[in-house]
Write a new protein. Structure first.
Length: 237
């Protein structure tokens, strides 16, 4: 008596044959899954590569500044102008200082009754010195006891002598204080010039206290650079 292999009641197939069918189906499914995974991986790799290529093409890094485009301190110092020292002025030598003209000094005083030449041919003198009561009319003037006198100028030169720069002053007392001129108390200025061989005069009034007239000094400044002519002595009270 022979034994028959078991048969599946539902399919009518033998168990071993049925297992071989399932293994074949499972292998085919697994192979399909592997193929799908490989294809998906390749596609993803290609997409990533294309995106990286695109991003590398769209982004261009800016070039870094080179050393030539940025000035260094040495470049700035080499191109900036070099300051120059101010010109030096040499100090005058003792010889040059000695050669400079000294300011004009006053002449030695002469008595009120004498005459003196400011320059050769231009002679000054004082006359008609008298005590008066001065009147103040100009700015800064103070009236009171005063002295009025004339100053004459004789031109012994062949040319006309200008008098526009001639100035007369008076000093009094032991301290030789300057007196204030009173222009409206009978004074008369020098004319503008004196002709050759002629004599001109001016009248001057200065306020001088009566008790300080023992030593007065009249100064005649003829012109710039010319020594001042001085007359001195006692004046009437």
């Amino acid at each position: 008596m022979s034994v028959r292999p078991p048969v599946d009641d539902n399919t009518g197939q033998k168990p071993a044959a049925r297992r071989r069918v399932w293994w074949s189906v499972a292998s085919a499914v697994l192979a399909a899954v592997v193929i799908v995974l490989v294809v998906a991986g390749v596609a993803a790799s290609n997409r990533t590569a294309s995106e990286a290529a695109g991003s590398s093409e769209s982004f261009t890094p800016s070039p870094r500044p080179t050393a030539a485009s940025t000035p260094t301190p040495s470049d700035v110092s080499s191109t900036s102008p070099t300051p120059t020292a101010p010109p030096t002025v040499a100090a005058p030598s003792p010889t040059e200082a000695a050669e400079e003209p000294a300011p004009p000094a006053a002449q030695a005083p002469v008595p009120l009754t004498e005459s003196a030449a400011a320059v050769p041919g231009v002679v000054f003198g004082v006359g008609a010195l008298e005590a008066v009561d001065g009147v103040a009319r100009g700015p800064g003037e103070v009236g009171g006891p005063s002295l009025r006198f004339t100053v004459t100028v004789r031109n012994d030169t062949p040319d006309t002598v200008p008098l526009t720069s001639t100035v007369v002053n008076l000093f009094f007392g032991a301290e030789q204080s300057p007196a204030t001129e009173l222009t409206a108390s009978g004074g008369a200025p020098f004319p503008s010039s004196v002709a050759p061989g002629a004599t001109q005069q001016g009248v001057f009034v200065f306020a001088v206290p009566s008790d300080l007239r023992d030593q007065v000094r009249i100064a005649v400044d003829y012109s710039v650079g010319v020594p001042i002519v001085l007359f001195e002595g006692a004046a009437p009270r």
